[in-house]
Design a protein around this ligand. Structure first.
Ligand SMILES: Cc1cc2nc3c(=O)[nH]c(=O)nc-3n(C[C@H](O)[C@H](O)[C@H](O)COP(=O)(O)OP(=O)(O)OC[C@H]3O[C@@H](n4cnc5c(N)ncnc54)[C@H](O)[C@@H]3O)c2cc1C
Length: 427
């Protein structure tokens, strides 16, 4: 376990870091390197993850120094680490919760992008009530055997590894019998079936685990204490939103391969801008539709622009808090909630402006089918990563200190909880 993942509070002066990273880049960066060869150098030197501990592929620097490093990489045109679910969710969870041995084994392939990850949390009967999950983990010598079903698993069809939550003890209250595993997806006991969405994309999957196996040494944290690790993952998921990827010219083999990797990865998320409602299109479309002088139209546009701007400030505040070494807090839930409100308002505004044409797709439809895609994609914004209602609960209970929701199933053994899911798994 390592709690240095948020970076040391103090460290060398930014100028010192800049001089050091510039000298290192001058010595090692060659645009014609293979991407993986370059990223192996990042693993070895710690410059890919400067805020991580020194003994775990980092340099133990504060977040403020990480910005300096990123600037110098950008100036040199050198790609950084791989991204995605591996580096965005799995790596911070492992750094905070896993043993040093497990981290040493799994982190390098996340940094280089040799292994991609997905998140096997939600189940058909357990999304909001994640702690009620019924995928079963049974110990068998040095391994665990996993049986159950997951659903809505984004990117499972491409993932090499997964963060898996499974129930390892049915005789304790529900939050206390869950174990967090790092499981290989490449095994006969795991079947991934794609799901087609109403927007015609297919980024989720059902995942069936039938006698799937995972070594005991791949338990993240302690057996039966997986809930804390899961909360770490979710805090990062709700935390800071998606950074816009810049479309800049790239040259050289490593940068070209990194751009290709990002293009391939982003195929799964190609509809996510539409899921967010495309606030950027509201004002130009209102102006083009001649609504600039219309009091009602102006009001709608002003509401969206204001909310969008305030929400960006919330995200910036959350990022600044992280830069000061603080862990993700309720501002992640506030930003997520604001995001789904913006998506809903954009959906309504686009529909109002396009009228019945909003339902058209194809080359002569509004914005080449983008408006139709917004309409069928924005509902996902208030569900993914925890629904709006669940974010309201978190903000009420953790930020405002309101009384907790009444609950009848948190203090009794999970086996005695009366839900269909539990009956089906334990009969
Ligand atoms: C785009 C997208 C990507 C996703 N990716 C992944 C992924 O990679 N991995 C993964 O594991 N999951 C993923 N999910 C699943 C997601 O986490 C769940 O859909 C979500 O947590 C809601 O769970 P559910 O679908 O079971 O809905 P339910 O929990 O059944 O909720 C149904 C309704 O009841 C409401 N409700 C439930 N409980 C309460 C309560 N206590 N108080 C008030 N209202 C309540 C909900 O707000 C909702 O409106 C993804 C979902 C989406 C949309």
């Amino acid at each position: 376990m390592n709690d240095a993942a948020d970076g040391a509070a103090a460290g060398p002066a930014p100028d010192e870091v800049r001089a050091e990273v510039t000298a290192w880049l001058a010595e090692h960066w060659d645009p014609n390197l293979e991407l993986l060869t370059w990223r192996d150098l990042l693993v070895e030197s710690g410059w890919g993850c400067p805020t991580w501990p020194r003994d775990l592929f980092g340099r133990g620097l504060p977040d403020s120094a990480a910005r300096v490093v990123a600037e110098e990489f950008e100036r040199a045109g050198a790609p950084g680490t791989a991204g995605g679910t591996a580096m965005g969710l799995a790596a911070p969870t492992l750094l905070a919760m896993a043993s040093d041995d497990l981290n040493r084994r799994l982190l390098p392939d996340m940094i280089t992008g040799r292994q991609t990850w997905c998140q096997l949390f939600s189940e058909p009967g357990n999304g909001s009530d994640l702690a009620g999950l019924t995928t079963k983990a049974e110990r068998d010598g040095d391994e665990w055997i996993i049986n159950g079903q997951k659903v809505w698993t984004t990117g499972a069809h491409k993932a090499d590894y997964a963060m898996l939550l499974a129930r390892s003890d049915w005789d304790v209250p529900k939050h206390r019998g869950i174990t967090f595993f790092a499981i290989s997806m490449d095994q006969p006991g795991i079947e991934v079936r794609g799901l087609k969405q109403m927007n015609y994309h297919a980024s989720f999957n059902e995942v069936f685990l039938t006698d799937a196996r995972v070594p005991h040494e791949n338990v993240v944290g302690e057996v039966n204490a997986g809930w804390a690790a899961a909360m770490t993952t979710l805090a990062h998921e709700r935390g800071l939103g998606r950074r816009a990827s810049r479309n800049r010219e790239v040259s050289g083999r490593a940068a070209t391969q990194a751009a290709e990797e990002a293009r391939e990865y982003n195929k799964t998320y190609i509809w996510y801008p539409q899921r967010a409602g495309r606030a950027d299109l509201v004002r130009p479309r209102a102006e083009a539709a001649g609504l600039a002088g219309d009091p009602l139209g102006r009001q709608v546009v002003a509401d969206i622009e204001t909310l969008d701007k305030v929400s960006r400030w919330t995200v910036a505040r959350a990022r600044a808090a992280r830069a000061m070494g603080k862990s993700p807090g309720p501002e992640g839930s506030i930003a997520k909630l604001a995001g789904s409100e913006i998506a809903r308002r954009c959906n309504a505004a686009h529909t109002m402006m396009a009228g019945a044409d909003a339902m058209l797709t194809g080359p002569d439809s509004p914005e080449n089918g983008i408006i139709a895609e917004i309409i069928v994609s924005t509902p996902g914004a208030s569900i993914a990563g925890g629904t709006d209602e669940i974010q309201h609960d978190i903000i009420g209970e953790r930020a405002l200190g309101l009384p907790k929701e009444p609950s009848v199933d948190k203090s009794i053994p999970f086996r005695e909880v009366r839900t269909n899911a539990v009956r089906n798994r334990t009969d």
